[in-house]
Design a protein around this ligand. Structure first.
Ligand code: HEM
Length: 445
Protein backbone atom coordinates (compact mmCIF):
# COMPACT_ATOMS: atom_id res chain seq x y z
CA UNK A 1 0.00 0.00 0.00
CA UNK A 2 2.67 2.45 1.04
CA UNK A 3 5.65 1.66 -1.10
CA UNK A 4 5.81 3.78 -4.21
CA UNK A 5 2.30 5.21 -3.81
CA UNK A 6 2.17 7.66 -0.92
CA UNK A 7 4.48 10.65 -0.65
CA UNK A 8 6.31 11.01 2.66
CA UNK A 9 8.29 13.97 3.99
CA UNK A 10 11.48 11.89 3.99
CA UNK A 11 11.18 11.49 0.22
CA UNK A 12 10.90 15.21 -0.47
CA UNK A 13 13.82 17.25 0.77
CA UNK A 14 12.62 20.82 0.35
CA UNK A 15 15.45 21.80 -2.04
CA UNK A 16 14.26 19.15 -4.51
CA UNK A 17 10.54 20.06 -4.40
CA UNK A 18 10.53 21.29 -7.98
CA UNK A 19 11.49 17.84 -9.26
CA UNK A 20 8.28 16.29 -8.02
CA UNK A 21 5.43 16.01 -10.50
CA UNK A 22 2.82 14.45 -8.23
CA UNK A 23 2.09 13.74 -4.56
CA UNK A 24 -0.38 11.48 -2.81
CA UNK A 25 -1.54 11.70 0.80
CA UNK A 26 -4.15 9.85 2.75
CA UNK A 27 -6.19 10.61 5.88
CA UNK A 28 -8.99 8.86 7.78
CA UNK A 29 -12.14 9.91 9.60
CA UNK A 30 -12.99 8.34 12.95
CA UNK A 31 -15.57 6.17 11.19
CA UNK A 32 -12.87 5.19 8.70
CA UNK A 33 -10.54 4.02 11.47
CA UNK A 34 -13.42 2.04 12.93
CA UNK A 35 -14.11 0.46 9.54
CA UNK A 36 -10.42 -0.48 9.28
CA UNK A 37 -10.89 -2.53 12.44
CA UNK A 38 -9.19 -0.32 15.03
CA UNK A 39 -10.19 -1.52 18.51
CA UNK A 40 -12.85 0.36 20.48
CA UNK A 41 -10.42 1.19 23.31
CA UNK A 42 -8.04 2.76 20.75
CA UNK A 43 -10.86 4.66 19.04
CA UNK A 44 -11.80 6.22 22.37
CA UNK A 45 -8.28 7.67 22.79
CA UNK A 46 -8.91 10.12 19.92
CA UNK A 47 -9.95 13.65 20.94
CA UNK A 48 -13.64 14.47 21.37
CA UNK A 49 -13.93 16.85 18.36
CA UNK A 50 -12.47 14.25 16.01
CA UNK A 51 -14.70 11.46 17.32
CA UNK A 52 -17.81 13.60 16.92
CA UNK A 53 -16.85 14.76 13.41
CA UNK A 54 -17.28 18.15 11.76
CA UNK A 55 -21.05 17.96 11.13
CA UNK A 56 -21.73 17.42 14.84
CA UNK A 57 -19.61 20.50 15.60
CA UNK A 58 -21.73 22.78 13.37
CA UNK A 59 -22.96 24.78 16.40
CA UNK A 60 -19.35 25.57 17.35
CA UNK A 61 -18.26 26.35 13.80
CA UNK A 62 -21.23 28.59 12.98
CA UNK A 63 -22.42 26.23 10.23
CA UNK A 64 -26.09 27.17 10.36
CA UNK A 65 -28.75 28.25 7.82
CA UNK A 66 -27.64 27.52 4.26
CA UNK A 67 -24.26 26.35 5.66
CA UNK A 68 -25.89 23.73 7.95
CA UNK A 69 -24.85 20.07 7.58
CA UNK A 70 -28.30 19.13 6.23
CA UNK A 71 -27.35 20.96 3.00
CA UNK A 72 -23.78 19.69 2.60
CA UNK A 73 -22.83 17.77 -0.53
CA UNK A 74 -20.70 15.39 1.57
CA UNK A 75 -19.92 14.77 5.22
CA UNK A 76 -23.16 16.29 6.51
CA UNK A 77 -26.55 14.89 7.45
CA UNK A 78 -28.36 15.24 4.09
CA UNK A 79 -30.23 12.06 3.25
CA UNK A 80 -28.97 10.63 -0.02
CA UNK A 81 -25.59 12.42 0.10
CA UNK A 82 -22.46 10.77 1.50
CA UNK A 83 -23.12 11.51 5.17
CA UNK A 84 -20.63 12.09 7.95
CA UNK A 85 -20.51 8.42 8.95
CA UNK A 86 -20.15 7.30 5.30
CA UNK A 87 -16.86 9.15 4.80
CA UNK A 88 -13.92 6.94 5.73
CA UNK A 89 -10.86 7.91 3.73
CA UNK A 90 -9.63 11.09 2.09
CA UNK A 91 -7.22 10.60 -0.77
CA UNK A 92 -5.41 13.79 -1.80
CA UNK A 93 -3.78 13.68 -5.18
CA UNK A 94 -1.68 16.63 -6.35
CA UNK A 95 -0.08 16.98 -9.78
CA UNK A 96 1.60 19.70 -11.79
CA UNK A 97 -0.77 19.43 -14.74
CA UNK A 98 -4.12 17.95 -15.79
CA UNK A 99 -2.64 15.05 -17.80
CA UNK A 100 -0.44 13.93 -14.94
CA UNK A 101 -3.38 14.20 -12.56
CA UNK A 102 -5.68 12.15 -14.80
CA UNK A 103 -3.07 9.40 -15.24
CA UNK A 104 -2.45 9.19 -11.47
CA UNK A 105 -6.16 9.30 -10.71
CA UNK A 106 -6.93 6.45 -13.10
CA UNK A 107 -4.14 4.40 -11.47
CA UNK A 108 -5.48 5.05 -7.96
CA UNK A 109 -9.04 4.25 -9.01
CA UNK A 110 -7.88 0.85 -10.32
CA UNK A 111 -6.03 0.07 -7.08
CA UNK A 112 -8.93 1.20 -4.90
CA UNK A 113 -11.53 -0.73 -6.90
CA UNK A 114 -9.41 -3.89 -6.47
CA UNK A 115 -9.31 -3.25 -2.72
CA UNK A 116 -13.12 -2.91 -2.65
CA UNK A 117 -13.12 0.82 -1.84
CA UNK A 118 -16.15 2.75 -3.06
CA UNK A 119 -15.63 6.31 -4.31
CA UNK A 120 -18.25 8.60 -2.75
CA UNK A 121 -17.14 11.98 -3.98
CA UNK A 122 -14.41 13.45 -6.17
CA UNK A 123 -13.50 17.13 -5.97
CA UNK A 124 -11.11 18.82 -8.36
CA UNK A 125 -9.36 22.08 -7.50
CA UNK A 126 -6.56 23.98 -9.17
CA UNK A 127 -4.52 27.12 -8.91
CA UNK A 128 -4.71 29.21 -12.08
CA UNK A 129 -1.65 30.49 -13.92
CA UNK A 130 -0.74 34.11 -14.64
CA UNK A 131 0.17 35.52 -18.07
CA UNK A 132 3.75 34.28 -17.69
CA UNK A 133 2.61 30.74 -16.86
CA UNK A 134 3.49 31.04 -13.17
CA UNK A 135 1.11 29.50 -10.62
CA UNK A 136 -1.16 32.20 -9.20
CA UNK A 137 -2.23 31.91 -5.56
CA UNK A 138 -5.27 34.20 -5.95
CA UNK A 139 -8.45 33.01 -4.26
CA UNK A 140 -11.82 33.64 -6.05
CA UNK A 141 -12.50 37.09 -4.46
CA UNK A 142 -9.24 38.13 -6.13
CA UNK A 143 -6.80 38.22 -3.18
CA UNK A 144 -3.33 36.77 -3.00
CA UNK A 145 -3.59 33.86 -0.55
CA UNK A 146 -1.29 31.53 1.37
CA UNK A 147 1.13 34.29 2.42
CA UNK A 148 1.06 34.06 6.21
CA UNK A 149 2.03 30.55 7.26
CA UNK A 150 3.63 29.53 10.53
CA UNK A 151 7.31 28.68 10.29
CA UNK A 152 7.76 25.34 12.04
CA UNK A 153 10.70 24.62 14.33
CA UNK A 154 13.09 22.17 12.69
CA UNK A 155 11.85 22.79 9.13
CA UNK A 156 13.40 25.07 6.59
CA UNK A 157 10.77 27.14 4.81
CA UNK A 158 11.95 27.80 1.26
CA UNK A 159 11.58 31.21 -0.36
CA UNK A 160 10.84 33.19 2.80
CA UNK A 161 10.94 36.96 2.72
CA UNK A 162 14.13 38.13 4.54
CA UNK A 163 12.13 40.41 6.86
CA UNK A 164 9.62 37.79 8.02
CA UNK A 165 9.26 37.02 11.71
CA UNK A 166 11.93 34.49 12.51
CA UNK A 167 10.44 32.90 15.57
CA UNK A 168 9.32 29.45 14.50
CA UNK A 169 6.32 27.79 16.16
CA UNK A 170 6.89 24.54 18.10
CA UNK A 171 6.42 21.49 15.85
CA UNK A 172 3.93 19.98 18.33
CA UNK A 173 1.37 22.59 17.28
CA UNK A 174 1.09 20.73 13.97
CA UNK A 175 2.62 17.27 14.40
CA UNK A 176 1.74 14.83 17.16
CA UNK A 177 4.51 13.41 19.32
CA UNK A 178 6.51 16.65 19.51
CA UNK A 179 6.58 19.49 22.04
CA UNK A 180 4.01 22.23 21.47
CA UNK A 181 3.88 25.89 22.53
CA UNK A 182 3.09 24.76 26.11
CA UNK A 183 6.30 22.64 26.09
CA UNK A 184 4.04 19.57 26.27
CA UNK A 185 3.30 16.76 23.84
CA UNK A 186 -0.23 17.06 22.40
CA UNK A 187 -2.73 14.34 23.25
CA UNK A 188 -1.93 11.34 21.04
CA UNK A 189 -4.08 8.28 20.26
CA UNK A 190 -2.78 4.93 21.49
CA UNK A 191 -3.35 1.19 20.98
CA UNK A 192 -2.78 -1.77 23.29
CA UNK A 193 0.89 -2.80 23.03
CA UNK A 194 -0.01 -6.42 22.22
CA UNK A 195 -1.79 -5.25 19.03
CA UNK A 196 1.57 -4.18 17.61
CA UNK A 197 3.23 -7.60 17.33
CA UNK A 198 5.69 -6.44 14.66
CA UNK A 199 6.84 -3.47 16.75
CA UNK A 200 6.01 -0.77 14.21
CA UNK A 201 4.94 1.79 16.82
CA UNK A 202 6.86 3.53 19.62
CA UNK A 203 5.89 3.05 23.24
CA UNK A 204 3.30 5.53 24.53
CA UNK A 205 3.70 7.38 27.83
CA UNK A 206 1.04 5.12 29.35
CA UNK A 207 2.33 1.63 30.29
CA UNK A 208 1.09 -1.18 28.04
CA UNK A 209 0.15 1.18 25.19
CA UNK A 210 1.77 2.11 21.86
CA UNK A 211 1.66 5.57 20.28
CA UNK A 212 -0.48 5.74 17.11
CA UNK A 213 -0.20 9.50 16.76
CA UNK A 214 3.57 10.04 16.41
CA UNK A 215 4.27 12.26 13.37
CA UNK A 216 0.59 12.37 12.48
CA UNK A 217 -1.73 15.39 12.34
CA UNK A 218 -5.41 16.34 12.21
CA UNK A 219 -6.67 17.63 8.90
CA UNK A 220 -9.65 19.94 8.46
CA UNK A 221 -11.34 19.82 5.06
CA UNK A 222 -14.00 22.39 4.10
CA UNK A 223 -15.52 23.08 0.71
CA UNK A 224 -16.29 26.80 0.95
CA UNK A 225 -18.41 28.22 -1.84
CA UNK A 226 -17.73 31.92 -2.49
CA UNK A 227 -20.43 34.26 -3.79
CA UNK A 228 -18.13 36.34 -5.96
CA UNK A 229 -20.98 38.26 -7.64
CA UNK A 230 -22.53 39.04 -4.23
CA UNK A 231 -19.18 40.16 -2.79
CA UNK A 232 -18.46 42.44 -5.76
CA UNK A 233 -22.00 43.87 -5.76
CA UNK A 234 -21.70 44.64 -2.04
CA UNK A 235 -18.36 46.40 -2.56
CA UNK A 236 -19.80 48.36 -5.54
CA UNK A 237 -22.85 49.52 -3.56
CA UNK A 238 -21.05 50.39 -0.31
CA UNK A 239 -18.16 52.14 -2.01
CA UNK A 240 -20.67 54.75 -3.23
CA UNK A 241 -21.64 55.55 0.38
CA UNK A 242 -18.10 56.42 1.51
CA UNK A 243 -16.87 59.79 0.29
CA UNK A 244 -14.22 61.03 2.72
CA UNK A 245 -10.91 59.54 3.87
CA UNK A 246 -10.69 57.13 0.93
CA UNK A 247 -9.55 57.25 -2.72
CA UNK A 248 -11.84 59.33 -4.94
CA UNK A 249 -11.33 57.28 -8.09
CA UNK A 250 -14.12 54.62 -8.28
CA UNK A 251 -11.91 51.64 -9.13
CA UNK A 252 -9.36 52.56 -6.44
CA UNK A 253 -12.11 53.11 -3.89
CA UNK A 254 -13.48 49.60 -4.53
CA UNK A 255 -9.99 48.12 -4.16
CA UNK A 256 -9.58 50.07 -0.90
CA UNK A 257 -12.90 48.80 0.48
CA UNK A 258 -12.18 45.19 -0.50
CA UNK A 259 -8.85 45.50 1.30
CA UNK A 260 -10.58 46.83 4.43
CA UNK A 261 -12.88 43.78 4.47
CA UNK A 262 -10.05 41.28 3.99
CA UNK A 263 -7.34 43.03 6.02
CA UNK A 264 -4.74 42.93 3.23
CA UNK A 265 -4.50 44.54 -0.20
CA UNK A 266 -5.50 42.18 -2.99
CA UNK A 267 -1.86 41.92 -4.12
CA UNK A 268 -1.01 40.61 -0.63
CA UNK A 269 0.51 43.79 0.84
CA UNK A 270 -0.27 44.38 4.54
CA UNK A 271 -2.60 47.35 5.18
CA UNK A 272 -1.00 50.36 6.87
CA UNK A 273 -2.65 53.54 8.23
CA UNK A 274 -2.87 56.35 5.68
CA UNK A 275 -2.53 54.17 2.57
CA UNK A 276 -4.97 54.76 -0.26
CA UNK A 277 -3.62 52.19 -2.65
CA UNK A 278 -1.57 49.01 -2.55
CA UNK A 279 2.21 49.37 -2.51
CA UNK A 280 4.10 47.41 -5.16
CA UNK A 281 5.80 44.24 -3.90
CA UNK A 282 9.58 44.26 -3.48
CA UNK A 283 11.92 41.67 -5.10
CA UNK A 284 10.99 39.13 -2.38
CA UNK A 285 7.25 39.83 -2.46
CA UNK A 286 5.43 41.41 0.47
CA UNK A 287 6.81 40.97 3.95
CA UNK A 288 4.75 39.17 6.56
CA UNK A 289 6.72 40.83 9.35
CA UNK A 290 4.12 43.16 10.79
CA UNK A 291 2.27 43.64 14.04
CA UNK A 292 -0.63 45.81 15.12
CA UNK A 293 -0.11 47.13 18.67
CA UNK A 294 2.53 49.80 17.81
CA UNK A 295 1.82 50.48 14.15
CA UNK A 296 -1.98 50.25 14.00
CA UNK A 297 -3.60 49.76 17.43
CA UNK A 298 -6.89 51.43 16.45
CA UNK A 299 -7.16 49.62 13.13
CA UNK A 300 -6.86 52.77 11.01
CA UNK A 301 -4.96 50.69 8.48
CA UNK A 302 -6.16 47.13 9.05
CA UNK A 303 -9.64 47.17 10.66
CA UNK A 304 -9.95 45.12 13.87
CA UNK A 305 -12.88 43.21 12.40
CA UNK A 306 -11.23 42.34 9.06
CA UNK A 307 -10.66 38.66 8.18
CA UNK A 308 -6.88 38.68 8.46
CA UNK A 309 -6.70 40.58 11.78
CA UNK A 310 -9.28 38.26 13.35
CA UNK A 311 -7.66 35.09 11.96
CA UNK A 312 -4.33 36.00 13.57
CA UNK A 313 -4.48 39.04 15.88
CA UNK A 314 -0.69 38.82 16.36
CA UNK A 315 0.22 41.26 19.20
CA UNK A 316 -3.09 43.17 19.34
CA UNK A 317 -5.05 41.25 21.99
CA UNK A 318 -5.37 43.34 25.14
CA UNK A 319 -3.95 43.90 27.67
CA UNK A 320 -0.35 43.30 26.61
CA UNK A 321 1.42 42.78 23.24
CA UNK A 322 3.93 40.18 24.56
CA UNK A 323 1.20 38.06 26.07
CA UNK A 324 -0.89 38.52 22.93
CA UNK A 325 1.93 37.18 20.73
CA UNK A 326 2.17 34.14 23.02
CA UNK A 327 -1.60 33.55 22.82
CA UNK A 328 -1.64 33.97 19.03
CA UNK A 329 1.16 31.41 18.66
CA UNK A 330 -1.07 28.85 20.41
CA UNK A 331 -3.84 29.24 17.83
CA UNK A 332 -2.07 28.80 14.52
CA UNK A 333 -2.94 26.46 11.65
CA UNK A 334 -1.17 25.39 8.47
CA UNK A 335 -3.51 26.44 5.63
CA UNK A 336 -3.69 25.12 2.10
CA UNK A 337 -6.55 26.68 0.12
CA UNK A 338 -7.00 25.66 -3.51
CA UNK A 339 -9.73 27.26 -5.68
CA UNK A 340 -12.38 25.12 -7.35
CA UNK A 341 -14.81 26.04 -10.15
CA UNK A 342 -18.11 24.44 -11.11
CA UNK A 343 -20.87 25.28 -13.57
CA UNK A 344 -22.74 28.66 -13.68
CA UNK A 345 -25.81 28.42 -11.42
CA UNK A 346 -27.92 30.90 -13.40
CA UNK A 347 -27.79 32.65 -16.75
CA UNK A 348 -25.17 35.44 -16.81
CA UNK A 349 -24.00 34.45 -13.33
CA UNK A 350 -20.43 33.44 -12.50
CA UNK A 351 -19.78 29.71 -12.21
CA UNK A 352 -20.01 28.20 -8.76
CA UNK A 353 -16.59 28.68 -7.24
CA UNK A 354 -14.80 28.76 -3.94
CA UNK A 355 -11.97 27.31 -1.92
CA UNK A 356 -11.13 23.78 -0.95
CA UNK A 357 -9.85 24.81 2.46
CA UNK A 358 -7.42 22.51 4.23
CA UNK A 359 -5.91 23.16 7.66
CA UNK A 360 -3.47 21.00 9.59
CA UNK A 361 -3.15 21.20 13.36
CA UNK A 362 -2.42 19.00 16.37
CA UNK A 363 -5.49 20.02 18.40
CA UNK A 364 -8.69 20.68 16.48
CA UNK A 365 -10.42 22.31 19.46
CA UNK A 366 -7.63 24.70 20.44
CA UNK A 367 -6.54 25.60 16.93
CA UNK A 368 -8.96 25.39 13.98
CA UNK A 369 -12.19 25.45 16.02
CA UNK A 370 -10.92 28.22 18.28
CA UNK A 371 -10.04 30.48 15.33
CA UNK A 372 -13.41 29.84 13.73
CA UNK A 373 -15.50 30.26 16.89
CA UNK A 374 -13.66 32.68 19.15
CA UNK A 375 -12.04 34.94 16.58
CA UNK A 376 -13.77 34.82 13.15
CA UNK A 377 -17.36 34.38 14.39
CA UNK A 378 -17.09 36.16 17.73
CA UNK A 379 -19.38 39.24 17.79
CA UNK A 380 -17.43 40.77 20.69
CA UNK A 381 -13.93 40.23 19.26
CA UNK A 382 -11.47 43.08 19.98
CA UNK A 383 -14.01 45.16 21.96
CA UNK A 384 -16.36 45.21 18.99
CA UNK A 385 -20.10 44.95 19.40
CA UNK A 386 -22.14 42.63 17.18
CA UNK A 387 -19.64 42.21 14.33
CA UNK A 388 -18.22 39.10 12.68
CA UNK A 389 -15.59 38.36 10.07
CA UNK A 390 -17.03 40.21 7.03
CA UNK A 391 -15.46 37.77 4.56
CA UNK A 392 -15.93 34.21 5.78
CA UNK A 393 -18.66 34.45 8.45
CA UNK A 394 -22.13 33.06 8.14
CA UNK A 395 -24.46 36.05 8.71
CA UNK A 396 -27.68 37.53 7.36
CA UNK A 397 -27.28 41.24 7.88
CA UNK A 398 -23.97 41.87 9.55
CA UNK A 399 -22.12 45.04 10.39
CA UNK A 400 -18.53 46.21 10.02
CA UNK A 401 -16.75 49.19 11.56
CA UNK A 402 -13.99 50.81 9.53
CA UNK A 403 -11.93 53.01 11.89
CA UNK A 404 -11.26 56.36 10.16
CA UNK A 405 -10.43 59.91 11.28
CA UNK A 406 -12.21 62.02 12.34
CA UNK A 407 -15.15 59.56 12.37
CA UNK A 408 -15.37 55.82 11.94
CA UNK A 409 -17.66 54.35 9.24
CA UNK A 410 -20.21 51.65 9.95
CA UNK A 411 -21.22 49.43 7.08
CA UNK A 412 -24.38 47.38 7.43
CA UNK A 413 -26.09 44.70 5.34
CA UNK A 414 -23.15 42.26 5.18
CA UNK A 415 -24.46 38.87 4.02
CA UNK A 416 -22.79 35.47 3.94
CA UNK A 417 -20.37 35.65 1.05
CA UNK A 418 -19.13 32.14 1.90
CA UNK A 419 -21.31 29.02 2.21
CA UNK A 420 -20.09 25.75 3.67
CA UNK A 421 -20.76 22.90 1.19
CA UNK A 422 -19.18 19.87 2.85
CA UNK A 423 -16.21 18.60 4.78
CA UNK A 424 -14.88 16.60 7.66
CA UNK A 425 -12.19 16.05 10.27
CA UNK A 426 -9.47 13.57 9.31
CA UNK A 427 -6.50 11.95 11.03
CA UNK A 428 -3.38 11.93 8.88
CA UNK A 429 -1.16 9.21 10.33
CA UNK A 430 2.63 9.19 10.33
CA UNK A 431 4.32 6.52 8.19
CA UNK A 432 4.70 3.92 10.98
CA UNK A 433 1.08 4.34 12.08
CA UNK A 434 -0.04 3.98 8.48
CA UNK A 435 1.98 0.73 8.15
CA UNK A 436 0.37 -0.45 11.37
CA UNK A 437 -3.15 0.40 10.15
CA UNK A 438 -2.51 -1.18 6.75
CA UNK A 439 -1.65 -4.50 8.40
CA UNK A 440 -4.21 -4.42 11.21
CA UNK A 441 -5.49 -7.91 12.02
CA UNK A 442 -8.85 -8.50 13.73
CA UNK A 443 -8.45 -8.60 17.52
CA UNK A 444 -8.41 -12.14 18.95
CA UNK A 445 -8.90 -11.32 22.65
C1 HEM B 1 -13.57 31.25 1.54
C2 HEM B 1 -13.13 31.60 2.73
C3 HEM B 1 -11.82 32.29 2.96
C4 HEM B 1 -11.14 33.17 2.18
C5 HEM B 1 -11.54 33.72 0.82
C6 HEM B 1 -9.91 33.50 2.86
C7 HEM B 1 -8.94 34.37 2.36
C8 HEM B 1 -7.80 34.73 3.03
C9 HEM B 1 -6.80 35.64 2.53
C10 HEM B 1 -6.85 36.34 1.17
C11 HEM B 1 -5.85 35.78 3.47
C12 HEM B 1 -4.59 36.69 3.40
C13 HEM B 1 -3.44 36.01 2.79
C14 HEM B 1 -2.53 35.30 3.77
O1 HEM B 1 -2.11 35.86 4.78
O2 HEM B 1 -2.25 34.13 3.53
C15 HEM B 1 -6.21 34.93 4.57
C16 HEM B 1 -5.48 34.75 5.72
C17 HEM B 1 -5.81 33.88 6.72
N1 HEM B 1 -6.96 33.13 6.83
FE1 HEM B 1 -8.46 33.04 5.48
N2 HEM B 1 -9.88 32.83 4.06
C18 HEM B 1 -11.02 32.08 4.16
C19 HEM B 1 -11.38 31.25 5.20
C20 HEM B 1 -10.63 31.04 6.32
C21 HEM B 1 -10.98 30.16 7.40
C22 HEM B 1 -12.25 29.30 7.46
C23 HEM B 1 -9.97 30.22 8.31
C24 HEM B 1 -9.81 29.49 9.63
C25 HEM B 1 -10.77 29.02 10.36
C26 HEM B 1 -8.98 31.16 7.80
C27 HEM B 1 -7.81 31.48 8.43
C28 HEM B 1 -6.88 32.37 7.96
C29 HEM B 1 -5.63 32.64 8.64
C30 HEM B 1 -5.12 32.00 9.93
C31 HEM B 1 -4.96 33.60 7.87
C32 HEM B 1 -3.58 34.22 8.14
C33 HEM B 1 -3.68 35.47 8.96
C34 HEM B 1 -2.30 35.99 9.35
O3 HEM B 1 -1.49 35.20 9.81
O4 HEM B 1 -2.07 37.19 9.19
N3 HEM B 1 -9.42 31.64 6.60
N4 HEM B 1 -7.42 34.31 4.28
Amino acid sequence: MLKGELTTAAEIPSERLERWTACLNVAFTWHGLKALGLDEDALQTFPYEFRKGMAARAHVLGDTGSSAPEHWEFGGTRSGGPRDEDLHVLLMLYARNEDELNTRLAHQRTLLAKAGVQELSCQRAAHSRDQDGRVSFREPFGFQDGISQPVIQGFRKPGRHPEDDDSPIAAGEFILGHDNEYQEKPLSPTVRANRDALGRLNAAQLAGRKDLGLNGSYLVLRKLQQDVDGFNAFVEEKSKEIVDGCPQDDAKKKEWLKAKLMGRWSNGAPLKPGQHEAPEPGPHGHSNAFNYSQEDAAGLGCPVTSHVRRANPRDSIEPEPGLSRQVSRRHRILRRGIPYRGEPQAENASPEQGLIFIALNAQLGRQFEFIQQSWLHNEKFGRLYDERDPVSSNQESGMMTIPMTPLRRCMTGIQSFVTMKGGGYFFMPGVSALEFLAHLEPATD
